[in-house]
Ligand binder design. Structure first.
Ligand code: ADP
Ligand code: SF4
Ligand code: MG
Length: 334
């Protein structure tokens, strides 16, 4: 696993919005200069609070929305230069599993049509062969082949997500953006769906960009983790390294808030992240995290920290990394 499957450099996506009485034009800086690398067969976790730009990053990579700037390379192909026709053919290599299967599955289509559509569109199967392939896909995600006759509304949330997974799997992609695939589901079925995704990833050696707002859910299944805050990656490294040696105050707070509620480990908890994520229309000056950062120093209000290497494959953007001891105060290992 040395070569890189997906390389993203300088990804930017701003949304123009009208605000206020006089409808002045402002800009939501949803993704503001993101670099990511994903190796074949690797799970990269993309983690951050709601509103940090994770979905916009995933959709821009897949060109479900068009980025304003940046370069996306997938197995030597410059994705952002593909024409519409080329993109359609290329789509079979990169797929998505959406957060909410209820809104992402067309309610007027049967499960067979939903799961079979990508195979039909790409001319891979039709007729009896299509029916057979769809039946096999449904079995792979833990559903009966007879489920093909039914409509999405006839299934529970967890089963609907299985249908979404079968649809994403149909073209045997090398890479899937899993956009919070269990956050709309009951806690009781979340683990089953996560286990299914991990099992399929191992079986077919696919790479995942696994988006989550909570490190608790993805920490154990990711090879590497990138932490996102207000349109930027603030820390990235191997999952193990981040768990033991997170250096960015935001990552430390995210880990802290996802620790198990075990009273014997209470000393390991730091305070939850104070306040709410600010609007990406009106970004804080300097370090974007400074209004909420428990470790902020005066320069954080004026200077924007850049990502710096702090260890093997480990980068973080925080001024404390240059000011000595405090900088490498590790996340408490519990
Ligand atoms: N189509 C859009 N138009 C305007 N703002 C948008 C649009 N899509 C997302 N945003 C804004 O961009 C920011 C990042 O959103 P999103 O990528 O969905 O974050 P996340 O997935 O981390 O919750 C949010 O402030 C969101 O409101
Ligand atoms: S640069 Fe300053 S405000 Fe930003 S995370 Fe580091 S200490 Fe906190
Ligand atoms: Mg999202």
């Amino acid at each position: 696993m040395s070569e890189t499957l997906l390389t993203v450099r300088g990804l930017v996506k701003h949304f123009p919005v009208s605000t206020g009485l006089f409808s002045s034009r402002q800009v939501v800086r949803a993704v503001d200069g993101v670099d990511l690398d994903v190796k074949p067969g690797e799970i990269l976790g993309l983690v951050g609070e709601s509103g940090s730009g994770k979905t916009t990053t995933g959709r821009s990579i897949l060109r479900l929305i068009e980025a304003d700037a940046g370069r996306i390379d997938f197995d030597g192909i410059e994705v952002n230069r593909l024409s519409r026709g080329q993109l359609r053919r290329f789509r079979r290599r990169m797929q998505v599993i959406f957060q909410d299967p209820s809104s992402s599955l067309n309610p007027r289509m049967t499960v067979r049509s939903l799961v079979g559509e990508p195979l039909l569109v790409h001319g891979i199967a039709h007729g009896a062969e299509l029916k057979r392939k769809v039946g096999r896909l449904l079995e792979e995600v833990g559903l009966e082949p007879s489920a093909g006759e039914l409509y999405p509304r006839e299934f529970s949330g967890g089963q609907r997500q299985r249908i979404g997974i079968a649809r994403a799997l149909a073209l045997r992609p090398e890479f899937i953006v899993c956009d919070e695939p269990v956050s709309s589901l009951d806690v009781s079925v979340q683990a089953q769906i996560i286990n299914l995704l991990v099992e399929l990833q191992r079986r077919y050696r696919m790479a995942y960009l696994f988006i989550a707002h909570d490190l608790g859910l993805v920490g154990h299944l990711c090879d590497r983790i990138a932490v996102m805050y207000l349109g930027r990656i603030v820390e990235e490294g191997s999952a193990e390294r981040l768990r033991m040696h997170a250096v960015h105050p935001y990552t430390k707070a995210l880990f802290s808030s996802s620790l198990p509620a075990d009273p014997s480990k209470a000393r390991c908890r730091t305070a939850p992240i104070p306040g709410e994520i600010p609007s990406p229309v009106d970004l804080p000056s300097g370090c974007r995290f400074h209004p909420r950062c428990p470790e902020a120093v005066p320069r954080c209000r004026t200077e924007d920290p850049q990502l710096k290497t702090v260890g093997e494959g480990h980068r973080a953007a925080c001024h404390l990394l240059e000011t000595g001891e405090d900088a490498l105060r590790n996340h408490p290992v519990c």
